[in-house]
Write a protein that binds this ligand. Structure first.
Ligand code: NAD
Length: 277
């Protein structure tokens, strides 16, 4: 049977999950974002990629943008189509650039982009935030996390960092703590919820991508190696991408405000140790 787009129904085998969807993916030029884009294309989606540097692979479209800059985000949004189905917020930095820059990219820029494109996401669409198991301390640091998330818009991040006394070495985990708390809140914010746009997070453990080398220099080899030893190996970008795209798909239509660890069981192992069983 012939369908639109010049396809036969048999061509759809294995592609139906995302066929006909348009997905915006940030951080598309490396690691998890690059694999997410590759898989989304294989599953039948159109992919609009965003990154500070150009991707090696061909995409449906690519827009260069620096997500640490409010002006660049305004310019990016002006160049995006009026309608698409999902936003995958994958771009992120390790913390080596300092706490302000890290918070700007990993949280305030991500949130600004998500809020700006929300009216363009189709009803039933999805936002998927790539957080980290490094952000699981959000509850223990609740007052600080609430203060960060409570700042409206895209603030002067240097001033926020100075006011809250955030040290350079904590920029990364704190940015992911804020991202997780905002994910839970945004799922119930009218901007998203009134149009049944789901907002979820995927939290990887250590993954073999270029950023892992930087985590090793920030956290030390011993910490990274012990996390990897708990679950037998580091993750790979192909381990993470399917979880991100599942949350974009209609199969995840009843999943909202969730955080999915994709870590080979690392978080469960740490919890078991803390709880003594
Ligand atoms: N690799 C890991 O161990 C790990 C673990 C937990 C969470 N994560 C998260 O996964 C996400 C993807 O990381 P990855 O492992 O693929 O790393 P990566 O370094 O391979 O990819 C990150 C991408 O983000 C882009 N980027 C950086 N700053 C940007 C900016 N200002 N504007 C636009 N794009 C920018 C980079 O150019 C790069 O293409 C990040 O949010 C990271 O925090 C990674």
């Amino acid at each position: 049977m012939r369908l639109g787009h010049g396809l036969d129904v048999h061509d759809l085998k294995g592609k139906a999950m995302l066929f006909g969807k348009t997905i915006l993916i940030t951080g598309v030029s490396s690691g998890i974002g690059a694999r997410t884009a590759e898989l989304a294309l294989q599953l039948g989606a159109d992919v609009i990629g965003v990154d500070v540097r150009a991707p090696a692979a061909a995409l449906s479209a690519f827009i260069e943008a620096d997500l640490s800059s409010p002006l660049a985000i305004t310019d990016l949004v002006a160049r995006l189509p009026q309608r698409f189905d999902a936003l995958c917020n994958v771009a992120g930095v390790s913390g080596t650039l300092g706490a302000a820059k890290t918070l700007a990219i990993n949280f305030y820029g991500l949130r600004a982009l998500s809020e700006a494109v929300a009216p363009r996401l189709r009803e039933g669409g999805a936002v998927v935030n790539v957080a980290s198991i490094a952000g699981f301390g959000w509850r223990a640091n609740l007052e600080r996390t609430k203060a960060l998330v409570g700042v409206q818009g895209f603030p002067d991040v240097d001033a926020v960092v100075a006011e809250l006394g955030i040290p350079k070495e904590l920029g990364y985990p704190i940015s992911k703590e804020a991202l997780l708390l905002w994910t839970f809140r945004a799922a119930h914010q009218p901007l998203f919820k009134a149009r049944t746009i789901r907002v979820n997070a995927v939290s990887p453990g250590p993954v073999e991508t270029p950023i892992l080398r930087e985590f090793r220099s920030v956290l030390g080899d011993a910490r990274v190696d012990s996390d990897i030893a708990r679950v037998g190996r580091a993750g790979t970008a192909p381990d993470i991408a399917p979880a991100i795209l599942f949350l974009c798909s209609d199969g995840a239509r009843w999943i909202n405000g969730a955080n999915l660890p994709v870590d080979g069981g690392l978080d469960a192992s740490v919890n078991a140790e803390v709880l003594g069983f």
